[in-house]
Design a binder for this molecule. Sequence first.
Ligand SMILES: C[S@@+](CC[C@H](N)C(=O)[O-])C[C@H]1O[C@@H](n2cnc3c(N)ncnc32)[C@H](O)[C@@H]1O
Length: 336
Amino acid sequence: MKIKDLDVVIITEGRITKNFEAGEPIYLQPGQVGTVVMEIDDQTFEVEAWYSLRHGNRTGRSITDFSPKSHTCKSMTATRQSFSPAVYFVGAGPGDPDLLTIKGQKLLQAADLVLYADSLVPKQMLAEVGPQTECIATGSKTLETIVPLMITAVRQGKIVVRLHSGDLTLYSAIHEQMQALGEADIPFVCVPGISAFQAAAAILNCELTVPDLVQTIVLTRISGAASAVPEREELASLAYHQASLGLYLAARHVEKAQKQLLEHYPADTPVAVCFRVGWPDEKIWLVPLGEMAALSLRENLIRTTLYLISPALKTDLPRRSRLYHPDHSHIFRPKR
Ligand SMILES: C[S@@+](CC[C@H](N)C(=O)[O-])C[C@H]1O[C@@H](n2cnc3c(N)ncnc32)[C@H](O)[C@@H]1O
């Protein structure tokens, strides 16, 4: 039996189901590109990979080359149907494509237009976009250019993805974009991502809240040319708590940051200096706080560096949470 003889071919996420009689699934790799040779009932036939199938007009063979009447490209319709024209702010995660959320991935696959912050979102994050999708880097553009691009596209019925690094809640400058879209009556949706501090802690195999040691995480930055930190949030005052602290946007001001942190943290507090977490050239160093600035200067770290300052980064901590302790009972593990 050849594929053109099938009644219906349903393509769902990363999977083709030959939807006739037995209807067993054939798995393809999500994001696979190229020609896939499949065998069904001892017959061999070629189909373009999942990627192309969903974007029927790609060069080469596609599902539409087979009898169009009898084939349904469900994935494409389902993906497009589940996202209405709007601007989707998507947190891309730190740069490792495997750390993009499934929703973010679906949106990239469905997007007509992707506007991405190229200074912090590596090209590898765009591997999921379709061949017809227009991708525009925004690093050199102003809000005055970016917002009209989004408004025009949505008014044309398009799905727009605005891709920002990490999670949207931290230093993404989406507030003003949402405000402008709201004023223009353009619908928008936020899809969260994994922030750099979470990705770094995972690589370090570190829980940033260790019982009796530290139970708070502070996420902050150093004042820069683009945005000032309010005086009441000055780094030295946050350091007072000696909490786990994720310091963003600070590489250019690392000496000042170290000085302020040392007002309260002991000089031997461990610091993970995390450069381009999740990127192909990722580097992470673990040093005492007293050496944080010297290391950064020596390694010429001026961009895409996160500092994680935390007593929980000590590797020989004996502490244990009571949560899974046999002496501790709770609603899901009542006393016997
Ligand atoms: C404009 S902020 C964006 C933060 C992002 N929204 C997040 O949640 O990770 C950029 C700063 O975040 C940190 N950062 C973002 N991605 C990073 C990565 N992959 N590795 C290390 N630091 C990163 C750096 O401090 C960088 O200067």
